[in-house]
Write a protein that binds this ligand. Structure first.
Ligand code: SF4
Ligand code: SF4
Length: 244
């Protein structure tokens, strides 16, 4: 059975322990940044930042300040569009680890042209792939599949002090997610599990998705991808090409 993260944002205190633990395990350098009016640091994912805690602050009509956090990373999609796109250009640039379901970018991503990389990045419903300009590798979270295959937790999950980050067999995580949703919904009626049918990183959020991040939800993109794939399959041109 594949593995799944359940990330309960209602328990996240934005300590960034997960973000730092990821860098330490992956031996990735810190990113130099400037203060840009937010506690979020660095301001975005990049070639050496595979996990970033995003901050979003707003004022309600009643004047109450709300501060939402979430720990952003690759969602390890069940049918990853980035894999389809990248492998169109370079064979095995992206592979899926059978045991865990981890979506992994390989050394072959170095051979992706600028145009191919841009297509790959655009295909991701969550805007995750980034290129390390020094090495040419395309980078993102790999589920710490080396640790997981050795019976250990992903480093970010291990480091989380509040149980916001959870990891295990998919059915167990789905069960935990549903249980927490029931509890959280009592206080926050807008609470939801984001894209649970499509991904192996399931977020529980208590507010509207756009009040976390523009790419919080990817469901429509998945539907579009499937619709496009189906349209291609059914198009007379493709039928003709298949016969040839
Ligand atoms: S699973 Fe590993 S690579 Fe992915 S965000 Fe967590 S620590 Fe980083
Ligand atoms: S979230 Fe984006 S980068 Fe991660 S597997 Fe899905 S499409 Fe690929």
């Amino acid at each position: 059975m594949g593995k799944t993260f359940f990330i309960d944002t209602t328990r996240c205190t934005a300590c960034r322990g997960c973000q730092v633990a990821c860098k330490e395990w992956k031996l990735l350098p810190a990113t130099e940044t400037k203060q840009q009016g937010s506690h979020q640091n660095p301001p975005d994912l990049n070639g050496s930042t595979l996990k970033v805690v995003r901050f979003h602050e707003y004022k309600t009509e009643a004047g109450k300040v709300v501060w939402n956090f979430f720990s952003d990373q690759c969602r390890h999609c069940l049918e990853p569009p980035c894999k389809d796109m990248a492998n169109e250009y370079v064979k095995d640039a992206v592979v899926t680890d059978k045991k865990t379901g981890a979506v992994i970018y390989t050394e072959a991503t170095k051979s992706l042209s600028k145009e191919a990389f841009e297509g790959m990045r655009e295909s991701c419903p969550y805007n995750i792939p980034r290129r390390d300009e020094k090495t040419g590798l395309v980078m993102k979270c790999d589920m710490c599949y080396d640790r997981v295959n050795a019976g250990l937790l992903p480093m970010c999950v291990k480091a989380c002090p509040t149980k916001a980050m959870n990891f295990g067999d998919r059915d167990e995580m789905l069960k935990l997610a549903e249980q927490r949703l029931t509890v959280v919904k009592k206080e926050y009626p807008e609470a939801q599990l984001v894209d649970a049918d499509f991904v192996n990183v399931i977020y529980l959020i208590s507010d509207k998705p756009e009040r976390y991040h523009t790419a919080m939800v990817g469901e429509d993109a998945f539907r579009m991808t499937r619709k496009t794939a189906l349209a291609r399959l059914l198009s007379p041109v493709n039928v003709f090409q298949n016969i040839i």
